[in-house]
Design a protein around this ligand. Structure first.
Ligand code: ZN
Ligand code: ZN
Length: 424
């Protein structure tokens, strides 16, 4: 029997420290300096973390965080399973123990610092699926920021310890649409879900194209707003605002408020149309020049037009609710030559009926902005990092992963909550 640390551990010694203190002769000859931690043992090639974990060592986390290559496949931070939200169907999300993901070539594993609730997730929770993004049973959640804990082979621009936002999608770069700077419409948009979990795997394409390092000092829960804010910035810019324009935004949900805030930060006059009294204060705080609060569409149209010279209507109307009635309302709000952006996605198989005369003889431009591009995601994070964007105003609650069901139920009951940060 040999007196190496490895053999000592294999024989069931409880502590490496004891081995050292026990004065095993080979220890000092193999390892220079004080051999007092598991990392040193592993680093010296005397054992694998696997064996150490099996023996119940507590210091394996630090071994892993130092990027040891000998970690056995099953373990990250010394664990084989993690808690994660799994969507099983309509209003059926369960917190389950699932395998901790490990990084294959080009991938990252990110320890989730904050995952934000989102209107899309709420829709998915209510309907049980999302045709393009998620089919159950599946990991769930897509707005998050966290800390890199593992980088797969070939990843050179990120390493463990980096704070990152990994976006929920990345375009292919090769299709007709990607080649024409419409990457949001990519034929092969790769989506990633699983933010409501302790760890999330980031696919190689998203690592390469749509993962952003978070500047120092920006809280993770603020950085997690990058994804929805990118959608908002995209919708705003796509509406082609001109200096002096008045922009009406229909909807007091998270996206409506974000578009409002982006427009107001850019110096435009804004009219925020909200249904619920509880949304008025937030709209004001986020820079609305005027707030029109009513649940009656006709009144909302009249009141909004009354805020423009000669009732002519606003220059731009952005719909951020996602119901056909609001799409029709948006068309009624704009002046001759105005632009309407149907930003809110409606349920499948819904239709709207529009006054063709008004569209034609008033020369109305209709647009409908979907999703984001990598360039716009960078812009969004820059805006958050600038400190001008009131990120904190959008996070109105915090909850543990275990409370996710309760949080969604609360959001379905139309509270004045904007977003809840889910902290695993
Ligand atoms: Zn979202
Ligand atoms: Zn593409």
């Amino acid at each position: 029997m040999q007196n190496t640390v490895k053999d000592a551990i294999l024989r069931g010694r409880k502590k490496v420290e004891n081995v050292v203190e026990g004065g095993r002769r080979k220890v000092e000859s193999v390892v220079e300096g004080g051999l007092d931690t598991v990392e040193t043992v592993v680093g010296a090639g005397l054992n694998t973390v696997e064996t150490v974990v099996v023996k119940g060592r507590k210091t394996v986390e630090s071994a892993v965080s130092r990027g040891r290559k000998t970690v056995e496949k099953r373990f990250l931070h010394g664990r084989s399973t993690m808690q994660a939200a799994v969507l099983h169907g309509r209003q059926d999300v369960r917190i389950e123990a699932v395998p901790v993901p490990r990084a294959a070539a080009g991938e990252l594993i990110v320890q989730v610092g904050a995952a934000l609730t989102c209107g899309t997730d709420l829709k998915v929770f209510r309907r049980g699926y999302h045709a393009r993004m998620i089919v159950p049973p599946a990991l769930f959640g897509h707005e998050m920021a966290g800390t890199v804990v593992e980088a797969g082979a070939g990843v050179t621009n990120f390493r463990p310890g980096d704070h990152v936002v990994a976006l929920n999608s990345a375009p292919c770069g090769a299709c007709y649409f990607c080649q024409r700077d419409q990457e949001n419409l990519c034929d092969n948009l790769l989506f990633n879900n699983g933010a409501y979990a302790e760890y999330i795997r980031v696919p190689a394409r998203i690592v390469a194209k749509n993962t952003l390092r978070i500047p120092e000092g920006v809280p993770l829960e603020h950085a997690a707003l990058t994804e929805p804010l990118a959608c908002a910035v995209h919708g705003f810019e796509d509406s082609n605002p001109r200096a002096g324009d008045t922009i009406a935004i229909i909807g007091g949900g998270p996206l409506g408020l974000m578009i409002l805030h982006v427009a107001s930060l850019a110096g435009y006059k804004t009219i925020s149309l909200v249904r619920h009294p509880g949304q008025v204060e937030a709209a004001r705080q986020l820079g609305a020049t005027h707030v029109v609060q009513t649940s009656m569409i006709r009144k909302a149209i009249d009141d909004t037009r009354a805020l423009t010279p000669d009732n002519r209507g606003v220059d731009i109307a952005i719909e951020a609710v996602g119901v056909p009635e609001a799409w029709q309302e948006a068309v009624e709000l704009v002046r001759k030559g105005g632009t309407v952006n149907f930003f809110g996605g409606c349920a499948a198989n819904t239709h709207v009926s529009l006054d063709t005369n008004r569209l034609h003889y008033s020369d109305i431009t209709l647009r409908a902005t979907f999703h984001h591009t990598p360039a716009i995601c960078r812009k969004a994070l820059d805006l958050i990092a600038s400190g001008r964007f009131q990120a904190g105003a959008f996070i109105t609650g915090r909850a543990h992963l275990y409370e996710l069901n309760r949080v969604f139920e609360k959001l379905m009951n139309r509270s004045s909550e904007i977003k809840t940060a889910i902290v695993p």
